[in-house]
Design a binder for this molecule. Structure first.
Ligand SMILES: Cc1ncc(COP(=O)(O)O)c(C=O)c1O
Length: 433
């Protein structure tokens, strides 16, 4: 590293240390639901990428992809510009003509949870497929394997659903169900990096899984995401569709990795048409940049530390709120060890207060709250005129829409803050400690 660069990065680290946050003042300092937790290494990595002017994907993108694949013990990870793009890519890959008879075709069904984030579902619609909504379970907020099994119909070809707020769905059982019925499984792992089910990381059970690196998530690069898979053929499809739909898999700046750049005949193109410009998919450009990836490399080093803080905060809330009347507390899926995204609360039907009152009280105290994203997605204007099927009823998703919200457990929250949150909720419910 040049001397100038070294001096600049030293200053950047010093600058970072000078940005230390003030003391927590209950009622004044906001207790957020989520946020980026960045250290001097993240700041230095970002500045170093900027100093090098690595403004497109480059060495850090390749390194971060390798690190992610190693972390998940999968063959490939492909960076994208968001978790939503990762979902779009993962599902679109399954529609590739290169998959032959097993590819998803317009009108085929994909089973998904009714309550959650819209961009878990939207790729299904964006590909002309039909979502089949199943209800979630109160307490875990995931669909059960039984609900998914009951939803399988003659045109069902895939399951694509999220580990709700970090809580794994019964991934082994659902993956087995998928195998038995020849269905693809995509795990939306955007909210659950570091969670485990039966000892295995979530994101490693499905054919493909996705991650978001938005600041609310377990590790962040600002805007970003990735698609993870152990299947090299699927990985090629993801890469092609991410990179404009091209057939060639040379890295940017590379020219002839296949050693047949001017020696191929595809489609009705002339023999030897430059492989760099042969397109085998109707693709997108959903790539990321080295600015983001450089920070991803440093953030990923802290994933276990972040997970430990999330688990600690969740446990302190769970213990502190035990026995508060009117509140249904969250439950980890049996056999799981969640790296929690948030702490979900449902105000029971017969509680002496409403969710609205409790949320207003907390927000007044500067304790931030969020909804379980869209709640029952079928009730949103966006889905009024689209084709979907509902399996069973969506009564729990409706309860989630009315009575459920969540509060933060992210690593920026300290035990002192949790104490304040617990004390506030207990005071509201009339059961002070
Ligand atoms: C379950 C789930 N999937 C996908 C996304 C989309 O991620 P991004 O914001 O990176 O597009 C989110 C966003 O929070 C999410 O919670």
């Amino acid at each position: 590293m040049g001397e100038d660069k070294e001096a600049i990065l030293k200053l950047v680290r010093e600058y970072h240390r000078g940005q230390a946050e003030g003391e927590f003042v209950p009622g004044r300092t906001p207790v957020l639901t989520s946020g980026a937790v960045l250290d001097e290494e993240d700041r230095a990595a970002l500045v170093e990428a900027a100093l090098d002017m690595r403004i497109a994907a480059g060495p850090s993108a390749r390194r971060f992809e390798r690190d992610l694949a190693r972390y998940f013990k999968r063959r490939k990870a492909h960076l994208t510009n968001s978790g939503s793009s990762a979902n779009l890519l993962a599902l679109t890959a399954l529609t590739s003509p290169q998959l032959g008879d097993v590819r998803l075709r317009p009108g085929d069904e994909v089973i998904t949870a009714a309550a959650g984030f819209p961009t878990t579902v939207n790729p299904v619609l964006q590909n002309g497929l039909v979502p089949v909504f199943v209800d979630v379970e109160l307490g875990t907020y995931n669909p059960t394997p039984e609900a998914i099994a009951a939803a399988i119909g003659p045109r069902t070809r895939a399951i694509m659903t999220a580990h709700a707020l970090g809580n794994p769905f019964a991934a082994e059982e659902i993956a087995e169900l998928a195998r038995q019925h020849d269905l693809f499984l995509i795990e939306d792992n955007c909210d659950a990096v570091g969670s485990r089910y039966r000892g295995k990381l979530t994101g490693t059970f499905g054919d493909l899984s996705t991650v978001s690196f938005y600041p609310a998530h377990h590790i962040t690069v600002g805007e970003g995401g990735c698609v993870v898979t152990n299947d090299l053929a699927l990985a090629r499809l993801v890469e092609s569709i991410r990179d404009w739909g091209r057939d060639c898999w040379c890295e940017p700046g590379e020219d002839d990795r296949c050693l047949k750049r001017f020696d191929q005949k595809l489609g009705t193109l002339p023999q030897g048409y430059d492989h760099k410009y042969i397109f085998s998919h109707v693709g997108y450009n959903l790539k990321s940049t080295d600015l983001q990836a450089s920070m991803g490399v440093t953030q990923l080093r802290r994933v276990e530390e972040f997970g430990a803080a999330r688990r600690r905060n969740w446990r302190l809330l769970r213990e502190g709120l035990d026995g508060v009347p009117g509140l249904l507390l969250p439950e980890p899926t049996p056999g799981s060890d969640p790296s929690w995204f948030g702490f979900v609360l449902t105000v029971e039907q017969d509680a002496p207060y409403t969710r609205r009152e409790l949320v207003a009280f907390l927000e007044e105290r500067r304790i931030a709250t969020r909804r379980l994203f869209g709640g029952n997605l079928t009730r949103h204007p966006a889905y009024e005129d689209v084709e979907f099927r509902v399996s069973g009823d969506l009564s729990v998703s409706d309860i989630v829409t009315e009575d459920t919200f969540w509060i933060g457990v992210y690593p920026g929250i300290t035990p002192e803050m949790i104490d304040y949150v617990v004390g506030s909720i207990r005071e509201f419910a009339g059961v002070p400690r």
